[in-house]
Design a protein around this ligand. Structure first.
Ligand SMILES: [Fe+2]
Length: 198
């Protein structure tokens, strides 16, 4: 069962920007930002894969709040849907997130800023974390693995619009740009993952 905190986080996540006019309704899904990428084409384009990089760790904890004592930086609430290429929500998909801290460092000894969750019956997923810092050679990014039950794992990265290094990072892919809103203290980001499944 989700914890009360997780439910509150989800409620906040999916209603946070409604009052500001960013609400997006598609079917029964109410999400705070425009879908990314748009899910109007039939079939939709699958979310592209991207490099795993050297810092993935197996068996991250199952949790949606990655913030813990000693982790600084602006709050980042990130979430979206897991969809098939025909835009059907995928329930029970594994979503595994790992990232650098605000100083651009990965935890290679433990599981700080690492966690996984499963999409809910409507295909929704979310995490509360902090905005990742920069490290040499890369623009600001998050790492993600998404796996529909009994299907292949998608390994990819997500990016922030408007980052100065987006244009010079060779791995950067604008198809992996999140929709971002919120303010300086609490950034809200959305990305709808489209799996290469019909
Ligand atoms: Fe990275």
């Amino acid at each position: 069962m989700p914890t009360r905190r997780a439910l509150l986080l989800q409620a906040a996540m999916f209603s946070a920007l409604s009052a500001r006019g960013f609400a997006q309704t598609r079917g029964n899904h109410r999400l705070p930002l425009e879908p990314t990428p748009a899910c109007g084409a039939d079939p939709a384009a699958a979310t592209p894969a991207s490099a795993e990089g050297p810092y993935y760790a197996r068996r991250s904890p199952r949790r949606t709040d990655l913030r813990e004592a000693g982790i600084a930086g602006p709050v980042l609430r990130i979430g979206g849907l897991v969809l098939t290429r025909s835009c059907r929500p995928v329930a029970g998909a594994l979503v595994d997130l790992w990232q650098a801290d605000a100083a651009g460092q990965y935890d290679t000894a433990g599981f700080r800023l690492r966690g996984h969750t499963f999409s809910d019956p409507d295909g929704r997923w979310q995490f509360e974390t902090v905005r990742p810092g920069l490290y040499p050679g890369r623009t600001r990014h998050l790492h993600l693995k998404v796996q529909m039950p009994h299907q292949a794992v998608l390994t990819t990265q997500l990016y922030f619009p408007g980052e100065p290094r987006n244009g010079s990072d060779r791995i950067f892919d604008r198809r992996l740009l999140m929709a971002v809103g919120g303010d300086e203290e609490t950034m809200i980001a959305r990305y709808d993952v489209v799996l290469d499944v019909s």
